[in-house]
Each structure stands twice: as C-alpha cells, then as structure tokens.
Design a binder for this molecule. Structure first.
Ligand code: SF4
Length: 354
C-alpha cells in the first residue's frame, strides 16, 4: 500500500533525480549535512508515503507546501561522503541516514548502506525510519549490507491511533513490531524515538517504553527509548495540543524513569557524539554570488541552484536554495542569476535574487 502512496506523491509533485554534477552539500533536501560532529547526516530522498499529523518537514501526499521531491544519486552521495569522512580525519564516524522524508523508501538503500559501510573511518551506520516498508527478506539484506542501528519513529502501539497519527489508513503497527523483533535477531540495534503529543499519546508513550524494554531495544549504552518533545515548526504540520516547556518535558521524563525503572536519557558521551572538524563555509552571509538555477527547490517559491564556479570538491562546492516568485520558474531554470546569501548555518545556504 505504501507504494501506491508514493505513486500518489509522484503524480501530484515534480520528482527531481539529483544528477552527478550536483554538489552534495548546501541543502537539507538531499546529500550531506555536517554539523561539526562525528555524526554525518546522509539524506537520500525527500519522498515519504505517510502524512504524520505533526510532520515538521510537511512531507507526504498531504503536504501543503511542497512542489518538488528529490531522489539523490547513490554513487555521487557516497563519493561525497567519503570525502567528508576523510576531511574529518576521525575513525569513529557515524553515518546517520535520515532526511526530509522516509529513507526506507529510497530505491538504492541496500547499495547505499553497503557503500557507506565500506568507507574507511565509518564505524556505525544508523537510519531513522518507520520500518513498515520492509519485508523480512529486505530487512535481512539491510543487515547483511551493514546497518548497525535503527532509530525507530513510532508514536503509538495502538493500531487505530497509530494510523491516525501517521495520516495513513494502511499503516500497520503490528507488522512493525514483528520487524523490530527480526531486526534484533539479525543483530541490528533498535532505539524507539516517539514524539510525545500531550493529550494524544500520553499512555502510548508508557506502553512504548514497556514494550521496548521487554523486547530488548537499546543495547549497550543506549536507552531503549529516546522520547522527542513535540515542537511546532513554522513550515511543518501543526497539531492542536498544549506545548510542553522544556523544563516540564524533562521533569516528566525523569518521573517516567523513576516510575518504570528505565533509563530514558543519554549523554553525548554515551551516544558517542563528539566534536569533529566541520566543513568550511566558503560563502559568508551578505556575499553576492553567481548561481546557476537547476530546478525547483522543495517548497513552493524555492529554487535550487549551484554556486559558481565549481571546483569538483565537497570541501568547496555548494548548492543553494534561492527564494523567488514561483511564476518565474520558466525564466530561472537553466539560467544564471546573481544571489545574495541570507543564511548559511551548518553550510545550508539560502539566498535571495538580487
Ligand atoms: S514525520 Fe517522517 S514519516 Fe511522518 S510524514 Fe514526516 S517525514 Fe514522513
């Protein structure tokens, strides 16, 4: 059923296959995001067949603001990742496959994981996923390819509520529970990461903790469950719930730890996250650059461009999201424009036409 939902997304939105000439750093939509630690985010696709009611990136068939989706080229992504790992110069890199969609639906996932695992310096391959899309054989392939850990997005074990929160009538949480047991048998560690929606899944959070502890999630230093606080995002889908303060959230987590006798937090040290050299930012805010517009960006009114000149290096080359009137599409695409950089945090570039 999820494939039909993906077909629906492809029917209503432009799907852009990222080609080999496109730099892999500069956007949240695909490629690599480096936040200056030993965890490198690897983003293969923006496609997602679900429409979770709280989705911070407004993905899926019910997205209200997307006008394009991206599927990255696996070889280009791997080559870029290898260069970034070499740049960081540390041997305990975690490659974390995630993104503005569901990486589990990426058509080249097995090859991607196999390729990541072969890069010298990468010690862990992890992936954020909802898991429902895999058959048992496919999960075995992922384990053989080298997937070490699944960060499981799961918000309820109640089939009806799980369907409601995921925005998909076919979402089957019982199948996911079976796949989790198989993943553990195959030696893949699993950590559940539910989003706490106050007033909607309070009891479900407790049930998830009990289930996760019983089946053996979170081996080693990792807790079985790492609960996420619901934070409404400007361009994401919003749920009408009372928003917890951070203080209230952490107090509730501590209470749950005491009541259930389960560790629900972990320090960066326990998660093996530490600082590691960050890619240089070649373009400061305020810089005026020449950009070749290559396609739509993910959100309506955004375009994707390559900052010129290209040097054929991940250390230097960047893509940029350019804000412009959507009606200018036919004038902009394939043309060169002048752009002023207005944002560049973590090497994610946003610019405005000059
Ligand atoms: S929260 Fe994740 S699974 Fe749900 S719609 Fe958004 S991207 Fe898809």
């Amino acid at each position: 059923m999820w494939k039909r939902s993906i077909d629906e997304v492809k029917r209503i939105r432009k799907v852009i296959r990222v080609d080999r000439d496109t730099p892999q750093v500069g956007t949240l939509a695909f490629g690599i995001v480096d936040r200056g630690t030993n965890v490198i985010e690897v983003r293969p696709t923006t496609l997602c067949p679900l429409s979770c009611i709280y989705c911070s990136v407004n993905a899926g068939p019910k997205s209200t603001n997307r006008w394009a989706e991206f599927i990255d080229d696996p070889e280009t992504l791997l080559a870029a990742l290898e260069e970034v790992v070499r740049f960081k110069g540390t041997m305990d890199i975690e490659a974390h496959i995630d993104g503005m969609g569901e990486p589990g639906v990426y058509p080249y996932l097995v090859n991607l994981i196999r390729g990541i695992k072969a890069i010298n310096g990468i010690s862990t391959v992890s992936m954020q996923t909802r898991l429902y899309m895999f058959s048992e054989d496919e999960l075995k392939e992922l384990a053989q390819a080298g997937l070490d850990r699944i960060n499981l997005s799961i918000d309820s074990l109640n089939p009806e509520l799980a369907r409601k929160v995921s925005g998909a009538s076919w979402y089957d949480v019982d199948h996911i529970k079976e796949l989790v047991s198989l993943a553990l048998e195959l030696g893949i560690n699993v950590v559940a990461s539910p989003v706490w929606l106050p007033g909607i899944n309070d009891n479900d959070i407790v049930e998830i903790i009990r289930w996760a502890t019983n089946v053996g999630l979170g081996k080693g230093e990792l807790p079985p469950v790492l609960i996420q606080k619901y934070i409404p995002h400007k361009r994401g889908r919003k749920v009408k719930v009372r928003i917890m303060t951070w203080q209230e959230f952490w107090e509730k987590i501590k209470n749950l730890e005491r009541e259930l006798g389960v560790k629900l937090t972990a320090t960066n040290e326990k998660l093996n996250i530490h600082k590691a050299p960050q890619l240089p930012k070649p373009y400061p805010i305020g810089d005026e650059v020449k950009v070749k517009i290559i396609s739509r960006g993910i959100i309506r009114g955004e375009f994707l461009g390559i900052i010129l000149p290209i040097k054929d290096s991940v250390i230097h080359d960047r893509v940029i999201t350019v804000i412009a009137n959507p009606h200018m599409e036919s004038i902009l695409i394939e043309n060169q424009v002048k752009v002023k950089i207005i944002e560049n945090s973590d090497n994610i570039y946003i610019g405005k036409l000059i």
